[in-house]
Design a protein around this ligand. Structure first.
Ligand SMILES: N[C@@H](CCC(=O)N[C@@H](CS)C(=O)NCC(=O)O)C(=O)O
Length: 490
């Protein structure tokens, strides 16, 4: 991800075994910890004013702090601190003003008296604001934190010459954002609550801030924030309870147009339970057509064709696979497979075509030669698409995944008689959607990146696909997808 990529070029933190820098040699040094929101304020200020060459960043490892930091640099032993002109200064709110006034670069505090006064008021309120947020975590966080976010929403309405707290970007935004960023992530991930919901100004503010490199370069991995909060601030059982509450709707579910969680949809309830190593085999080759499904793609076709009665769904538990599956059903021992007319067939891309061609119901592949050709081409590309996506997860995913999504965006421009790849919904959409669904979740959840941003056709496509019951019925719980991916790929 971009933010992690940025860290790659940043210096490693100094630890208890690191030598001190040549102190008081005339260099201006900003001591920070990469994960400290207070330090982040000064770091953003330095970046925004373009002072990268003037103020040297010295990250230290707070968990394994060098003793010379307290003894020789900053007796308070906290970050941030700034070594400048033979002195060391601390306190982030003082430091952002100090850097703004004493260094070159765009001034970050307005001179207009009304803005100045309101700016001072907001800055003097920020400690109360953060304290209220931290306290909210001990109770019903969503409810108790609400006044703090409402305060910001109201403050954002004060000046209308820009989306920031004083209209234009200023030290006030810098004072608030490191904390809002953390609570935004934690509320979304842990409490399944989007703090920008019903707060359009807050939403716009975050969106605009996320366009400012000086800030985005200072962000840390959201997972690190979640882990830290879980460890330090989120031990209360009522919060853990909320996580699994069937009433809470994951923000990404909402983004996908779902208004209720999987649990309340009862989707799992109507699906037969997966067969395990202790389950008896079904009465094989008795004339029943059985589909052993995997990822959702191959289930969709029968659903859409209303073939539920014709094709029996037999899920198996891959983690605890019945031995008879390999021995008697499908020697490849993979899913999906289809038992039909005394034979067992495999390979999802072949199966979707097979089901489409050999069963009744709406045809899912167009007869038009141009569409047919492009459809075949897109289907033959889906494995490459997936491979590219999986390898992007190993690097700077947002950047490396981009060409694959651009490919889809372009493909969606080919036929204009509908929002799908071949205009109307077809096997091509079915081939891509299960993977797209997963990557959309992972990118949103892990990399805080909306893959439909700047890709209007892709946004419409996913919106339209999400209206198709045959597909939505096959979706898994997003949290399960995210957890699995994190464990396996990230
Ligand atoms: N009020 C200070 C707070 C700084 C602060 O608490 N920093 C934390 C890291 S986020 C720290 O250095 N903690 C180390 C300690 O307290 O020993 C400021 O705004 O700069």
């Amino acid at each position: 991800m971009a933010t992690l990529g940025a860290h790659a070029v940043l210096p490693p933190p100094l630890t208890s075994t690191s030598d001190p820098p040549p102190l008081f040699d005339g260099t201006t040094r900003l001591y920070i910890s990469y994960s400290c929101p207070f330090a982040q304020r000064v770091w953003i200020t330095r970046n925004y004013k373009g002072l990268q060459d003037k103020i040297k960043l010295v990250p230290i490892d707070l968990q394994n702090r060098p003793t010379w930091y307290k003894e020789k640099v900053y007796p308070e032993n906290k970050v941030p601190s700034l070594e400048h002109n033979g002195k060391v200064l601390g306190e982030s709110l003082d430091l952002i003003k100090y850097v703004d006034v004493n260094f070159e670069g765009t001034p970050l505090f307005p001179s207009d008296p009304a803005k100045k006064e309101f700016g001072e008021e907001l800055i003097s309120h920020v400690d109360t604001f953060t304290k209220d947020l931290f306290i909210s975590l001990k109770g019903d966080a969503v409810q108790q934190a609400s006044p703090a976010f409402e305060y910001l929403e109201n403050a954002l309405g004060k000046f209308d010459d820009g989306p920031f707290l004083l209209g234009q970007f200023s030290l006030v935004d810098i004072a608030y954002i490191p904390f809002v960023e953390r609570f935004h992530i934690v509320f979304a991930e842990v409490l399944k609550h989007d703090i920008t919901e019903g707060r359009p100004k807050l939403a716009a503010w975050l969106e605009e801030l996320n366009k400012i490199d000086a800030y985005t370069e200072t962000r840390i991995d959201p997972q690190e924030i979640i882990d830290l909060f879980k460890k330090r601030f989120l031990k209360k059982p009522n919060l853990v309870g909320r996580r699994d509450s069937p009433d809470s709707v994951h923000p990404i579910l909402k983004a996908q147009g779902r208004t209720t969680s999987m649990a309340t949809l009862g989707v799992q309830a109507v699906r037969p339970p997966p067969l395990t190593s202790t389950s008896d085999p079904p009465p094989l080759f008795d004339g029943t057509t059985r589909l052993i499904p995997c990822c959702t793609s191959v289930i969709i076709a029968p659903m859409l064709n209303e073939l539920q009665d014709k094709i029996k769904l037999v899920p198996i538990d891959l983690q605890d696979r019945p031995a008879w599956y390999k021995e008697k059903v499908y020697p490849e021992n993979k899913v999906p497979s289809l038992e039909h007319n005394g034979k067992v067939l495999g390979e999802s891309l072949d199966l979707i075509k097979y089901v489409d061609a050999n069963f009744e119901g709406t045809s899912l592949f167009p007869g038009d030669p141009a569409k047919k050709e492009f459809g075949e081409f897109l289907i033959s590309h889906v494995d490459t698409f997936n491979k590219d996506m999986y390898s992007s997860l190993k690097g700077d995913a947002v950047q490396q995944g981009s060409p694959a999504f651009e490919y889809l965006e372009n493909a969606l421009g080919k036929f204009d008689d509908g929002p799908f790849f071949l205009g109307q919904f077809s096997l091509v959409d079915i081939a891509y959607i299960p993977f797209f669904e997963r990557f959309q979740l992972i990118f949103a959840d892990v990399f805080k990146h909306d893959i439909t941003e700047g890709r209007p056709k892709l946004a419409t496509w996913i919106e339209e696909v999400n209206k198709i019951d045959a597909y939505t019925q096959t979706r898994m719980d997003p949290q399960e997808i995210v957890d699995r991916y994190k464990k396996r790929y990230l």
